[in-house]
Design a protein around this ligand. Structure first.
Ligand code: FAD
Length: 566
């Protein structure tokens, strides 16, 4: 432009003239036979949410034949796995966020962003109703039409309607919440150091309680323990003996979704380090000073004085999703049910992904039955061990939640049991396994079977999968029999979504992490911590956040964490 402004303007005018600023012109034959240019309106895709699922969808969508509108109350993407690190100042809040406009401005298609929340989805008129938090003198509400709707609104914290939780506990889902926790932690130490307080007050103030022994609760407890020991204890020596961290978990173990070796290691490590892990302890009520608990086994009721409490017990649907589920007859579900192509059941052109959605288990069970029947070629109702192992491997590859379920029930060892019962014969192929029994066992527990985990990994893969489908949609519609058509089952033109589990981490503090990798490979210790650093650095969505996060880690190594309450 600087060198040839006139040429630039001419080019710009001719480009706008051709593209029509958002309208694609197609050459068509008019009845008279002359060629004319008729505008083909772009299909409008509305994306609700800028979290893992929404961001991944937007990043992978590259077909310019769409017009995209993004609605989210958050104008940035947040790298949630590092939220626990933000609570203690190991990394800064701003280092883990990427403005959504940075992402959409790089796209080749027309993309717009509205900072607002969707409060109603009208599937009949293909509209979403939105409102912004800003006071715009009665103009804060608007509606957006769509051709395709992508719901990626995540979920909210589930309090199980426990009285007092909303009012008195901290949650850890948003960057602001992590920053709030950080401020509150320092505040507790400053207040507890004041001369007017009794030791009893100090003890209560410096009692940090974490409710929920899942990955988030455990990582927060570990981060807090490091923060206290590495930084705060030195700065607040007068109160350091009053500090206590308690972790309350309603089931028998923390990190239930991890391998038993990891669970055992974590429990032992926490006990050794003085983190009080109370298993089988259900919180029944929270006031501003005490947490009431009920022991699962004995029914004993206790009251725990506390200073700060983090509530991290799982997720539930957002109100707008709940209302939408009622509208479409899914009112009794905990998340929007989709098919394996991520289409919301019973709706046209509406897709749901990430934490707000779940793939309908009925379909999973149907598929499992098909796999069994195919393997049972002679229809005898039995399989050889070899065939059986293949079937299990196939099912587990398609549905990691089944693998998890089978593992919990120790069903994968069925093969070993059969071998043992038959005197460990040398020729495994001669052993037969009764699949009917196995199918029955699976179907009986269908409702208990765990869905895909609500993780960034799933949301990220679903976003990328759906974008790929959208990228090819037009081509597939034009060439229904083309090579991209999914011929196998003949049900849909795309392959169904398949989740690839790449492993999971549980940082346990003290520069030690537990890693559960594919093929049941478990690694715990300092080397896994380095793996954790490299994976999380590489998974950042931009070079900017990558540089910021890595420099925060270095800063912490050299200077320790910042303890100013700002
Ligand atoms: P989110 O990422 O929550 O995004 C939801 C989006 O919807 C947000 O942009 C939000 O602003 C927007 N939204 C909300 N309401 C509305 C509305 N009414 N209208 C429009 N938009 C709306 N997973 C892992 O795999 N590994 C980890 O290590 C890990 N660690 C975690 C640590 C913490 C502390 C937390 C909280 C979660 C962690 N997770 C981890 C889980 C992971 O963050 C979630 O599974 C993932 O964020 C789900 O992605 P999503 O896009 O469905 O939802």
């Amino acid at each position: 432009y600087n060198e040839h402004p006139t040429l630039f303007k001419l080019l710009a005018i001719s480009t706008i003239g051709v593209s029509g600023g958002g309208i694609v012109y197609a050459e068509v034959n008019t009845p008279s036979g002359a060629n004319a240019v008729e505008p083909t309106k772009k299909k409008k895709v509305v994306v609700l949410g800028t979290g893992w699922a929404g961001m991944s969808f937007l990043k992978s969508l590259n077909n310019p034949s769409y017009e995209v509108e993004v609605v989210s109350p958050r104008n940035y993407f947040a790298f949630t796995p590092l939220l626990p690190s933000v609570t203690c100042g190991t990394v800064e809040g701003r280092s883990i966020v990427e403005p959504i406009r940075n992402i959409i401005n790089k796209k080749k298609f027309d993309a717009r962003y509205w900072e607002a929340e969707c409060y109603k989805i009208d599937q009949v008129n293909k509209k979403v109703y939105c409102r912004t938090a800003a006071d715009l003198n009665g103009k804060s509400e608007f509606s957006v039409d769509y051709d395709y709707l992508v719901i990626a609104m995540g979920a909210r914290v589930n309090t199980f309607n426990t009285p007092g939780v909303e009012e008195n506990c901290h949650f850890l889902k948003e960057v602001e919440e992590a920053q709030d926790i950080r401020r509150n932690l320092i505040d507790s130490f400053e207040k507890a150091s004041l001369p007017s307080l009794s030791d009893e007050d100090r003890k209560r103030m410096l009692h940090f309680v974490v409710v929920g022994g899942g990955p988030t609760g455990v990582e927060f407890a570990a981060q807090l323990h490091d923060f206290v020991n590495e930084d705060l204890a030195k700065l607040y020596p007068a109160v350091k003996d009053h500090i206590k961290i308690t972790l309350l978990e309603a089931t028998d173990h923390i990190l239930n979704m991890f391998d038993k070796r990891i669970t055992a290691f974590a429990e032992e490590k926490f006990n050794r380090e003085g983190i009080d892990v109370k298993l089988g302890s259900m919180v029944t009520k929270v006031t501003d000073k005490d947490i009431s608990t009920k022991e699962r086994g004995s029914g004993e009721i206790s009251s725990i004085p506390y200073g700060m409490c983090l509530w991290s017990t799982g997720i539930g649907p957002r109100p707008v999703i709940k209302e939408f589920m009622q509208q479409i007859g899914q009112g009794n579900r905990r998340a929007l049910a989709t098919d394996e192509w991520l289409r919301v059941e019973g709706c046209d052109n509406i897709y749901a992904l990430g934490d707000c959605a779940t793939i309908n288990q009925r379909k999973v069970m149907e598929d499992i039955s098909v796999i069994f029947s195919k393997a049972d070629k002679d229809k005898s109702g039995t399989l050889t061990v070899k065939e059986f192992e293949e079937v299990i491997a196939d099912i587990c590859e398609r549905y990691p939640q089944v693998e998890l379920y089978l593992k919990n029930k120790q069903m994968l060892s069925i093969v070993d049991l059969v071998k043992e019962a038959k005197g460990n014969p040398a020729k495994e192929e001669t052993i037969e396994v009764n699949i009917e029994e196995f199918k029955l066992a699976l179907s009986q527990v269908d409702s208990q079977m765990k869905n895909l985990p609500a993780t960034a990994q799933v949301a990220n893969q679903q976003g990328a999968y759906l974008a790929k489908c959208f990228n090819r949609m037009e081509e597939c519609e034009k060439n229904p029999e083309g090579p991209l058509r999914f011929r196998g089952e003949g049900r849909h033109r795309f392959r169904p979504f398949r989740y690839r589990h790449l492993g999971q981490f549980a940082p346990l503090g003290g520069e030690e992490t537990a890693a559960q990798l594919p093929w049941d490979f478990v690694s715990i210790g300092h080397s896994s911590q380095w793996l954790w650093y490299s994976v999380y650095a590489s998974k950042q969505v931009s070079w900017r956040t990558r540089a910021l996060v890595v420099s925060d880690w270095f800063r912490r190594f050299i200077f320790g964490r910042d303890t100013s309450r700002i």
